[in-house]
Design a protein around this ligand. Structure first.
Ligand SMILES: Nc1nc2c(ncn2[C@@H]2O[C@H](COP(=O)(O)OP(=O)(O)O)[C@@H](O)[C@H]2O)c(=O)[nH]1
Ligand SMILES: [Mg+2]
Length: 428
């Protein structure tokens, strides 16, 4: 039943709609939860909503609705709740519905946890997780009882509570330890960044933008990485970095980043920012915006602000309006955001345009050169193709001439390996 590796967990996205929340806002938040759940690899099989004046104190949904949810959830493994709920609400809901309950904050924490790579990002996410867990420990202990097992929760409360107290102290200690580590890392990170900027070296692109903008879809289309389907982003970064395909000169690495979230719980802002540090490593950021989303302008502004806050303000950026097949005014976008790329991941021409924009950026510093490869050293032919874009190849009496485009250093190195061309034919 819970064989996570084999079968995706079946989830139901559920929420209470309060009177001050419009239908549009409500739907959009629930859709976002659905999308976040897909990112975690869940199969969202149903949605469930209740209009209510306030959240039920005991179990978030009202009594009658809990029964309805129980029936709906019979085939599900997990119920996802689109708000942060209290530990006791979660526990009571779990008991009544009969399956695991995960709230919005937990879903997001789990995504950050999977995306966090740098030491600082990991520490930041762990702090957020511990902060979230601490009040939940007491609830867990109440359930566990003196043996630390079972669900009856009767008796032995004193023992379990003192153990919980101990656990909570451990959590507090761990948080302060992590905070110390983080501040020590601050200085180290600055020097690392400075070092990185000194050696521009690798051509790296990061896709940045809101959840559902189409980052993973574009990533897949640009890199041909079929395994990385949007819905199933079990993302350690290694699997979210892929080379542009077909390969280019220079070789460009594309990475997917953790998506911005419209309704990001306040307590998770810091950990979100640190998981985004992938964007700092990039020499080019593709800021992907869903052109068909009526709220895109605000999202665009938030993304810009956050990139500035994490220190990625000066990383060159291409604004990519995606999903133009679903809506949006292409001409107006082009006029308003000069230099933007307007595409649809669903249309072939779109990906070619984006690829063109990426390559134009990385190839701006390439040099054109002519290389001569004597017939006697044909084994170096592969080297030329590996390091340069070959514009033309023609045979001479003593060897082959190549007109190539490549990075200055790479061309220089090849020329040293190949030796001089006959009758001074080599020009740069
Ligand atoms: N109509 C349309 N749908 C798209 C386009 N690009 C992506 N999508 C869909 O939008 C959803 C979210 O895409 P995904 O790549 O997972 O977004 P991410 O959260 O930014 O990684 C998926 O259902 C995609 O199939 C597009 O250009 N047009
Ligand atoms: Mg994605």
């Amino acid at each position: 039943m819970r064989d996570v590796k084999e079968k995706p967990k079946r989830a139901i996205a559920a929420a209470v709609q309060l009177p001050e929340v419009s239908d549009i806002e409500f739907e959009s938040s629930l859709t976002e939860l659905h999308q976040l759940a897909k990112t975690l690899g869940f199969d969202v099989t149903g949605r469930f909503a209740q209009k209510r004046v306030k959240f039920d104190q005991t179990a978030y949904f009202g009594t009658g609705k809990r029964e309805e949810l129980r029936v709906l959830a019979e085939d599900a493994d997990i119920v996802l709740v689109d708000h942060e709920i209290s530990p006791s609400q979660a526990r009571n809901l779990e008991k009544e519905v009969g399956c695991e309950v995960m709230d919005r904050t937990m879903v997001i924490l789990e995504i950050f946890h999977r995306h966090a790579r740098s030491r600082a990002a990991r520490a930041q996410v762990e702090i957020a997780r511990l902060g979230y867990m601490a009040p939940r420990m007491r609830e867990a202990a109440k359930l566990a009882g003196p043996q630390g097992r079972g669900r009856s929760g009767v008796g032995g409360r004193g023992a379990s509570e003192s153990r919980t107290e101990l656990d909570r102290r451990k959590i507090r200690d761990r948080i302060s330890e992590l905070e110390k580590e983080l501040s020590a890392m601050g200085a180290e990170r600055k020097t690392q960044r400075a070092r990185r900027q000194e050696r521009p070296g690798l051509a790296r692109v990061a896709l940045v933008g809101y959840t559902n903008a189409g980052k993973s879809t574009l990533m897949r289309a640009l890199t041909g990485s079929e395994a990385l389907v949007a819905d199933k982003l079990f993302a350690t970064l290694d699997t979210t970095v892929r080379a542009l395909h077909p390969e280019s000169v220079p070789r460009v690495l594309v990475s997917d980043t953790v998506g911005f979230i419209k309704n990001l719980p306040h307590g998770l802002v810091a950990s979100f920012k640190s998981t985004l540090d992938e964007a700092l490593e990039a020499s080019l950021v593709l800021h992907v915006v869903d052109a068909s989303d009526p709220g895109f302008e605000r999202q665009l502004a938030v993304t810009d602000d956050v990139l500035a806050e994490i220190g990625a303000k000066d990383v060159p950026r291409i604004l990519v309006f995606n999903k133009i097949d679903r809506g949006g005014d292409e001409a107006a976008l082009r006029a308003r955001y000069p230099g933007c790329v307007v595409i649809s991941a669903r249309r072939e021409g779109g990906i070619a345009a984006l690829r063109g924009a990426i390559l134009a950026f990385f190839q701006r510093d390439l040099v054109e050169a002519e290389l001569f490869l004597p017939w006697s050293t044909q084994q170096l032919r592969g080297e030329i193709f590996l390091n340069c874009q070959v514009l033309e190849e023609r045979a001479g009496n003593e060897g082959a001439f190549f007109r190539v485009r490549g990075e200055r250093n790479a061309v220089q190195r090849l020329r040293e390996q190949l030796g001089p061309a006959p009758r001074g034919r080599s020009v740069c």
